[in-house]
Design a protein around this ligand. Structure first.
Ligand SMILES: Cc1cc2nc3c(=O)[nH]c(=O)nc-3n(C[C@H](O)[C@H](O)[C@H](O)COP(=O)(O)OP(=O)(O)OC[C@H]3O[C@@H](n4cnc5c(N)ncnc54)[C@H](O)[C@@H]3O)c2cc1C
Length: 566
């Protein structure tokens, strides 16, 4: 970029200006770059991940990483594959074991029948750099660090952002078709739009203490674990997680709503958690606030919001970033469709009705997880060396293990089972099957709005590998020739690939002879017959039908879709 004299402004252009280079902004840049959509990401920091927040990379996120070609890096970044992931409830590492939820080591996790991927343990200080490195390889993506968005205005026709480059001290203007605020909980973009966050702003003060200690799993009889939950008479007060499976650990301490962060003695907390006086070295201490908040809106005009800018969950269950990555993928194909000219006038308006309910769902699930955890719920006598103390520990161990297994034993439905029910660009065909009570139970379905099912194909690919670049029409034995749909897509320049799958098992799982899958892998429409008006269907799923008309039953009928319950 050319340097301008001090004070002089230059207006440059980009189709998409992404504000914030946390995992959500980076994921959006990668998704857009994968689609060859030019975008500029500005991050006010230097890209160094200063706090190890996220560890739990959800199965849907890993599926997206598979699409971007980085799943292997995210799964196998150096954490020992034979390190067991048990969740162990203890009074301290050297104290009593209260309960245990056994979990296999990475190398022993059996494949899930419903996904080509699995859950990964990839801390943010590894995950974000993988995303950033991937974004740098994509020719249409530009990353600018130490560059802050200071203000913006939406003209209706485009957005103009004012950027401050902290390296040069210069200000400049950037004109974009869309601006996406991925700028975290303090989001200036959301604040400038006047959009409120609602919910519980302060559940408690919490603290992350990163420390090093050698062989911390030895000498206390509990062995290696993916998480030790430390329980005292005040309830579960901390959890200890291996960061690198070697000597780096994170102790997460749960305070109270009125805990003074300055009163926390990090070394004393680590000593108490370990319990046997062995040496350790504190690497970092960080304070954060546990909240459950969702924004009233995810969009205003040409400005969109994603990630922590619009939803902040308690980290219980590891849903915050994973939900934000889902936002990025939903936005990615819509912004690409608009950039390429085949997206309809109302396509971008489908983002909020699709993703805000998911934000609320995941926040509710995280709150449930937090309650299951029993944080700071007093347990008198739990550390007593008496028969009464032993009984309290036995009862508590059973209760905590049962209550928390839903959140920690592969909650597939939480990560894969969200649906875009009520979306204006999805054509419903009857009521969706109810969600299971147990978040570990996930049933695949081709119901419109749901993630299209995974099945292995004879050539070793997953059905999920068929989706992504455009729409995909899967046809199964007995399906009518889809010529009318192909012609309707061609007339509208909608990228559509037709794939015939003459495989009975897959046909059964997909439930209909024709299933139209969106670029993000969610089902847009399905039927046994062609729609009466293929053009109207294409217009609906590409957002060219005004949402009120689309949601009105008459709008569905104009598509001529045969309504059949699953
Ligand atoms: C202790 C803890 C554990 C967690 N564990 C998990 C987990 O296991 N799994 C999970 O899914 N989630 C977890 N989370 C949540 C997860 O860390 C967040 O949801 C995630 O970091 C949000 O990503 P983001 O990109 O939306 O925002 P952020 O990570 O906050 O990034 C926002 C970025 O925007 C930049 N920015 C802000 N304003 C501007 C501006 N004006 N101009 C330019 N740049 C700007 C900031 O510098 C920042 O880098 C955890 C959170 C905590 C606190």
């Amino acid at each position: 970029m050319r340097n301008l004299p001090p004070g002089q402004k230059m207006t440059q252009t980009t189709p998409v200006l992404i504000v914030g280079g946390g995992p959500v902004g980076l994921a959006l840049a990668v998704e857009l770059g994968w689609r060859n959509v030019p975008c500029l990401l500005v991050e006010q920091g230097d890209g160094e991940v200063v706090d190890a927040k996220m560890f739990a990379t959800g199965i849907r996120t890993v599926e997206f990483c598979r699409r971007w070609g980085i799943a292997e890096k995210v799964k196998h970044w150096g954490f020992p594959e034979d390190f067991p992931f048990d969740n162990v409830f203890v009074t301290s590492l050297a104290g009593h074991e209260i309960g245990r939820i056994p979990m296999p080591a990475l190398k022993d996790i059996p494949p899930f029948p419903t996904s080509p991927e699995g859950f990964a343990h990839c801390p943010q200080f590894v995950f974000d750099p993988i995303l950033a490195a991937t974004a740098r390889t994509l020719p249409s993506v530009t990353l600018r660090y130490r560059c802050q968005l200071v203000s913006f205005r939406d003209t209706g026709d485009h957005v103009v952002g004012e950027l401050l480059d902290h390296t040069t001290g210069k200000r400049e203007q950037m004109r974009a078709q869309y601006l996406v605020g991925c700028d975290g909980i303090g989001s200036m973009v959301r604040k400038q739009l006047g959009i409120q966050m609602r919910g519980i702003e302060l559940i408690n003060h919490s603290f992350n203490i990163m420390f090093r200690s050698k062989d911390l799993w030895s000498g206390h009889g509990k062995g290696k674990a993916g998480r030790y939950v430390i329980v005292g008479p005040e309830g579960a007060w901390a959890s200890l997680t291996p960061a690198d499976g070697k000597d780096l650990w994170r102790l997460m301490v749960h305070g109270e709503p009125d805990t003074d962060p300055d009163s926390v003695d990090a070394a004393a907390e680590v000593r108490r958690a370990i319990g046997d006086g062995r040496p350790f070295e504190i690497v970092k201490f960080g304070h954060w606030i546990r909240r459950r908040v969702v924004a009233d809106h995810y969009q205003r005009g040409r400005v969109l919001l994603a990630g922590d800018a619009v939803h902040v969950t308690p980290p219980n269950g590891g849903l915050g970033m994973n939900t934000g990555i889902g936002d990025a993928v939903d936005l990615g194909w819509k912004l690409a469709a608009l950039h390429e000219g085949w997206g309809g006038r109302w396509l971008i308006d489908s983002y909020e009705p699709e993703r805000r309910p998911v934000g609320i769902r995941q926040c509710d699930e995280a709150m449930l997880n937090f309650q299951r955890y029993g944080s700071r719920k007093p347990v008198p006598h739990v550390t007593d060396e008496t028969p009464q103390g032993a009984q309290v520990r036995t009862d508590l161990g059973k209760r905590l293990s049962t209550a928390n297994s839903q959140a920690w034993e592969n909650p597939l439905n939480t990560h894969l089972g969200y649906r875009y029910e009520g979306s204006p660009i999805v054509v419903p065909d009857g009521p969706l099957p109810p969600e299971p009570e147990d978040s570990r139970q996930y049933t695949q379905t081709s119901h419109p709005g749901c993630r299209a099912p995974h099945v292995w194909l004879p050539d070793g690919r997953s059905t999920l590998d068929l989706f992504g670049r455009g729409f995909t029409l899967l046809t199964f034995p007995g399906a009518p020739a889809p010529d009318a749909m192909v012609a309707a897509a061609r007339d509208r320049r909608v990228p559509l690939t037709v794939i015939g799958l003459d495989i009975p098992d897959i046909a059964v799982l997909y439930e209909r002879k024709l299933v139209l899958v969106r670029p993000d892998g969610h089902v847009a429409w399905r039927g046994d017959e062609l729609p009466a008006d293929a053009g109207a269907l294409m217009d609906r799923v590409r957002g060219a039908v005004e949402p009120h008309a689309a949601m009105h039953p008459a709008g569905v009928e104009t598509v001529g879709v045969q309504a059949k319950s699953a």
